[in-house]
Structure formats: C-alpha cells, structure tokens
Write a protein that binds this ligand. Structure first.
Ligand SMILES: Cc1ncc(COP(=O)(O)O)c(C=O)c1O
Length: 345
C-alpha cells in the first residue's frame, strides 16, 4: 500500500493545500481590522467579486455554509418555506442550520441531477391557507454537488427566474462551484445577478484557497447579512491574508478549472470501460464524477482503491464520488486510471 502522502486524493476539491505562490500572496497582504471594515484586501475583494457577478455588494465569510445560511436568513422570515432540490447541500449537509438559525422549513423536491425545473416548482407552492408554510425562496445549486457536477443552462435559470418573479418568490443560488459551472457553460458572470437575489460563491473548492466564501446581493441585504455574520460569531479581524489567497485563486486558478474538467472526463471514460462500474457519461460536465459499483459495496470499493493509492468517497451504499482539483496532475490521472482498471475490470 502506498504511503498516505503519495495518495491520489479524489475525495473532494476541498483537500487542496495552498501553493508557495499563494502563501507568498498571503504573507504580503495588507491587513486591517475587518470588524471595523478596515481590511483593505478584504474590501477590495468584496468589491471585485460583487462587480464581477453584477451584484451591488459582497460579504466575505468563513465558509460556503455560512454564505448559504446568511442568504436564507436575509431572504426569509420565521415560518417561511424554501424549496430545494432533494440532493441540495443546504438540505443535506448543513446540519439543519436553516431551521435552527432562521426558523424556516426546507422542502426537498425531486429534480434531475440536482437541478429543479419550473414544472417541478409549479406543483410545490404553498401558502394559500393559514395552516400552510409560506413558500418564499427557491434555492438552486450550480454546479450541483450530489447531482454530479451538472450545470444549469442559462435558459433553465431564466425560466425559473420568470416563474419566481410571477409567483413573488426569491432565488438563492448556491454557487460554491459557480467557477466550474462558468467554465463548463461559458456563462457570463453578470448573468447570475439577473436571476438570483442572493448568491454564495466559494474560493475554497476547485479554486484552491484554504478558506473563504462570499455572499453577494443588494447593498441592503448585504448590510443585514453583515449584522447576522457578527451575531453568528463570524466577525473576523486581520483576514486580508485569507482574502489575498482567495484573490490569488480567482486570478490564477480559475483558468485551470478547464484542465480539471478534461481530466475528470478521461477518468469517467475509464470508469465507463470497467465491467465492475457504471457511470452516465452524459452527466459528466465538470470536475465531479458520481458512479455506481456493480458487485461490491461502496465501502469495499473505497478500501480496494485505497490499496492502489487512490482515495474516493462513498456517496451511497453502492455509489462513489471522485472529484478533480488543482493538485491532481496528468500523471495522477494516469495512475488513477490504472488503479480503477486493475480493481474493477
Ligand atoms: C454545493 C455546496 N455548497 C456549499 C458547501 C459548503 O461549503 P463549506 O464546506 O465551505 O461550508 C459545499 C461544500 O462542499 C458544497 O459542495
């Protein structure tokens, strides 16, 4: 068995470590007390990312979870309902935070590859009677994590936005991997502010920063989010060192995502050729592969791959996820392809 440090780690795109160049940018960052809004590097990043996506303002936050939860909080009142695709991160992986922090109900909907459609939403609205929750928000994810890295088309998003406007609903977009979605679809970043009221983006996934996400919205909603961030213990001080890493990631790593996507497709093709595995090649759009193990359990498959030096995560009793990121090279890809063929062919 290979020693741990030689492992090809495809468990998540969150496992990256800051590069020497990123660390240099962090070390050289100008900093100030961000609770006093005096950190110049944070202020510049907030303005830059808000402008990039066409929103009025942005707020740097420690995690994608806090970005999503602040968004839900500023879009709702206690007792409201948020419609979300049933595999959505906010529903599955944020520890009931929406109920706990904002007193809202998340109502999971069955979609396709993690995506919702107008047809789905049309039959799910509630609030006509006083005994029902009031549907207030539609929470979308782009690209979808548990949905296998799939992306909404601009047309799909525009249709949902038209519907939401007619029904008086607000839209939150979980853009933890919006960078991957933009890379795959070529969508102009400005488009997202035309279809979403709030959006969260992460610098700590495929972009490879060690920490950091941002909430984007109107100036008024960001003012409210700022207050809630402090209340939830997320007020930070000299975090220009983190904003510098995020800025470095956007400038230098965003253009590399295309390579991750190409490598992911190549491994998907190897998986498709393995008799012991099954993958829907049409659903491979970005850096995430979700595939089934045919004759073993996911746990057994994980252990066998680990013996060959490759780490993936179980995503169901017979389902695995492999995710490409900044620190997976062409050589790693080749070794991973050999490992998959050896174990599953
Ligand atoms: C789609 C999506 N949204 C939000 C998050 C939460 O990000 P964090 O782990 O920074 O809280 C993740 C984390 O992987 C994610 O995949």
């Amino acid at each position: 068995m290979r020693i741990k440090k030689d492992m090809i780690d495809l468990r998540s795109d969150t496992v990256t470590k800051p590069t020497p160049e990123m660390r240099k940018a962090m070390a050289e960052a100008e900093v100030g007390d961000d609770v006093f809004a005096e950190d110049p590097t944070v202020n510049a990043l907030q303005e830059k990312i808000a402008n990039l996506f066409g929103f009025e303002a942005g707020l740097f936050v420690p995690s994608g979870t806090m970005g999503n939860q602040l968004s839900v909080n500023v879009l709702t009142h206690a007792g409201d309902e948020v419609l979300i695709e049933q595999t959505g991160h906010i529903f599955n992986y944020e520890s009931t935070a929406a109920a706990h922090l904002s007193s809202v109900l998340l109502n999971p909907q069955p979609g396709t590859k993690g995506k919702l459609s107008v047809e789905q939403l049309e039959n799910s609205l509630r609030g006509a009677h006083e005994w029902e929750p009031q549907t207030k928000v539609v929470a979308l994810e782009n690209s979808t994590n548990k949905g296998g890295g799939c992306c909404y088309t601009e047309e799909e998003l525009s249709r949902i936005q038209d519907f939401a406007e007619k029904q008086d609903l607000l839209i939150h977009l979980d853009g933890a991997r919006i960078w991957n979605a933009m890379t795959a679809t070529g969508t102009d970043p400005q488009f997202y502010s035309s279809i979403a009221n709030t959006m969260s983006v992460c610098f700590s996934k495929g972009l490879g920063a060690p920490v950091g996400s941002m909430v984007l919205s109107s100036a008024e909603r960001i003012r409210q989010a700022h207050k809630m961030r402090k209340m939830w213990g997320g007020g930070m001080r000299q975090i220009g060192i983190l904003a510098a890493a995020a800025d470095y990631a956007v400038e230098n790593h965003y253009p590399l995502l295309e390579e991750d996507h190409k490598r992911a497709r190549k491994l998907a093709e190897t998986i498709d050729s393995c008799s012991g595995l099954s993958i829907d090649l049409d659903s491979v759009e970005t850096n995430i592969l979700i595939f089934d193990v045919l004759e073993r359990s996911a746990e057994e498959a994980v252990a066998l791959l680990e013996e060959q030096g490759v780490r993936v995560v179980p995503f169901g009793p017979k389902t695995l996820r492999a995710t490409f990121h900044l620190q997976i090279t062409d050589e790693d890809l080749e070794q991973a392809q050999q490992a998959f063929s050896k174990v599953f062919d």
